[in-house]
Design a binder for this molecule. Structure first.
Ligand SMILES: [Cu+2]
Length: 530
């Protein structure tokens, strides 16, 4: 029955590249480098899709703490199955945080600790990672630190899958039913997101709905006068595809996601959907004033890249004024006409609707999409309004200014296709992920330069720390590389240098590709901070 996934292939991903390699004798990377910028294969939905810009943009609910005493906030989140109306008139079963997709948003103040007690009522083990969080290792959601469902059997307990693929991880801390994650949030204010990070099954778990936002704020940012309240919009962009029964389609080898990881061959490079969701709604529309808006954009897609552009009805492009990156405010604003955004990246941008006629529309489009996937969402200019917001020339003065000469170490890592357990995989430095192997040992407080080399597109994410982009293939960083990042988009054949300081906590962390399918197929490595 799963063979139907094969017949729906529309573009060849890595599978096609391997075929090309076999036919021509090219090396994998040479074969891949010749291919166009494809980051996955697209599934085609089997239900009628709504016209664009009809469904109102939902804003995820802000979660209320169950306690605010003792100098911190405490939250409870239940992970459970829910049936949600994403496409009008269609019920879609999802795996959710608190019954919604996206999950509820957590709003925090810098330096005020938060504990989130997660309860797993799903049929599989889960792991929660707060992406971009400056988090002690015990709460960072290491992929084998599973929270098991109440009735999970021992035979599959340790890794969440059978011995065929099993690896032992003696350091795993497994809990049953619940786990408290503690986040000190002693970090620059920014948009973080929490999502599943279970060993071998991250991609399908996020796809099924396990993702939510977590915003950190502080007084200095509040005082800047940026657009706020209803004029600050979180936008979680993610593509999905829908099966004939209304459920989400995904080419998993084991649709129960209990034992066998992986996807069918055409999708080894990544899974793309043909429906673009923003905050869980298909191609939504949002009514706005003739005023500035702050858009806090997250690409929560597994593999799809976007190049965002805001276009008026008469074809005029509006500036996207970037004020922040993954890890908070830039030093000074950067103006873009086109904004590339790779999986897991966040961009904080201001868009000014004041010059747009009331009654007309501004479409946010993806220049990398085609057909229906070219549209993302629209803003309908609903009314005239006054605007006392501003975009200060100086946004922040606390960005780390690490210099290359400060680095005590320079490391190099390749991110390439290869073989994993006799199958196609994605490797870092020629090796697939093994939780029991330490790949990097870094000393707390040390500054290091890492050189990251790609075959195809790979968005590379470091846990725990933010970093600055130093160069791209020997050239200066791109305008959107500004600020402090935690995910950097490597383009095909590129070598990107980053610099960081391993601050804060000792322990076992990760770095990995955030193309979620690559991540599940080996493209992770251990980072031990001592
Ligand atoms: Cu990758």
């Amino acid at each position: 029955m799963r063979e139907r996934g094969m017949t729906r292939r529309r573009m060849l991903g890595i599978g096609g590249a391997f075929g090309l390699m076999a036919a021509t004798g090219l090396s994998t990377s040479a074969a891949l480098a010749r291919r166009p910028s494809i980051t996955g294969a697209e599934l085609r939905s089997a239900v009628p899709l709504p016209p664009p810009f009809q469904v109102p943009l939902p804003i995820p609910t802000v979660l209320k703490p169950i306690s605010t005493s003792g100098g911190g906030d405490r939250y409870e989140i239940t992970q459970r199955e829910a049936s949600v109306e994403i496409l009008p008139g269609v019920r879609t079963p999802l795996w959710t945080y608190e019954g919604t997709f996206p999950g509820p948003t957590i709003e925090s103040r810098r330096g005020r600790p938060v504990t989130v007690s997660h309860r797993n009522e799903l049929p599989v083990p889960t792991v929660v990672h707060l992406h971009g969080g400056h988090t002690p290792a015990a709460s960072d959601g290491y992929p084998t630190d599973l929270v098991l469902p109440e009735d999970w059997h021992d035979a599959t307990m340790h890794m969440g899958h059978g011995s065929e693929h099993g690896m032992h991880d003696p350091r795993a801390v497994v809990t049953k039913l619940t786990r408290d994650y503690t986040f000190p949030l002693d970090q620059r204010p920014t948009l973080l997101w929490y999502h599943d990070h279970r060993m071998d099954f991250t991609a399908p778990a996020i796809w099924r709905g396990l993702a939510g936002l977590h915003i950190v704020r502080d007084d200095a940012e509040d005082d800047l006068g940026l657009p706020a309240g209803p004029r600050e919009l979180p936008l979680m962009i993610a593509d999905r595809a829908f099966a004939a029964d209304g459920g989400l389609d995904y080419p998993a080898l084991d649709p129960t996601l209990r034992e066998r990881p992986g996807v069918h061959e055409p999708y080894l490079a990544g899974v793309l959907g043909d429906v673009i969701l923003v905050n869980g709604a298909p191609w939504p529309v949002h009514e706005v004033d003739t005023a500035r808006y702050r858009l806090r954009v997250l690409n929560a897609s597994n593999a799809r890249h976007y190049e965002l552009e805001a276009v008026t009805d008469d074809g005029r492009r509006l500036d996207l004024v970037q004020i922040g990156a993954d890890q908070g405010l830039l030093a000074t604003p950067v103006t873009h006409r086109l904004l590339p955004i790779a999986p897991a990246e966040r961009y904080d941008v201001i868009i000014d609707f004041s010059g747009v006629p009331v009654g007309s529309r501004v479409r946010l489009i993806n220049r990398l999409g085609s057909g229906r996937t070219r549209d993302v969402m629209a803003f309908r200019i609903a009314r005239h309004a006054t605007d006392d917001s501003r975009i200060p020339r100086t946004l922040s003065t606390d960005l780390p200014a690490w210099r290359r000469s400060d680095a005590v170490k320079v490391r190099e890592f390749s991110f390439r296709a290869g073989q994993m357990r006799g199958d196609h995989g994605w490797l870092i430095g020629g090796l697939p992920f093994d939780p029991a192997r330490t790949d990097v040992t870094a000393r707390l407080s040390d500054i290091e330069v890492w050189r990251l080399i790609a075959d195809v597109h790979h968005p590379i994410h470091l846990h725990l720390v933010g970093f600055r982009v130093l160069s791209r293939s020997g050239r200066p960083p791109l305008p959107h590389d500004a600020g402090l990042k935690d995910t950097v988009s490597l383009r095909p054949g590129e070598a990107v240098e980053i610099i960081t300081r391993f601050d804060g906590y000792r322990g076992r962390y990760l770095f990995h590709c955030h193309n979620a399918e690559h991540e599940d197929m080996g493209m992770m490595a251990n980072l031990e901070i001592i």
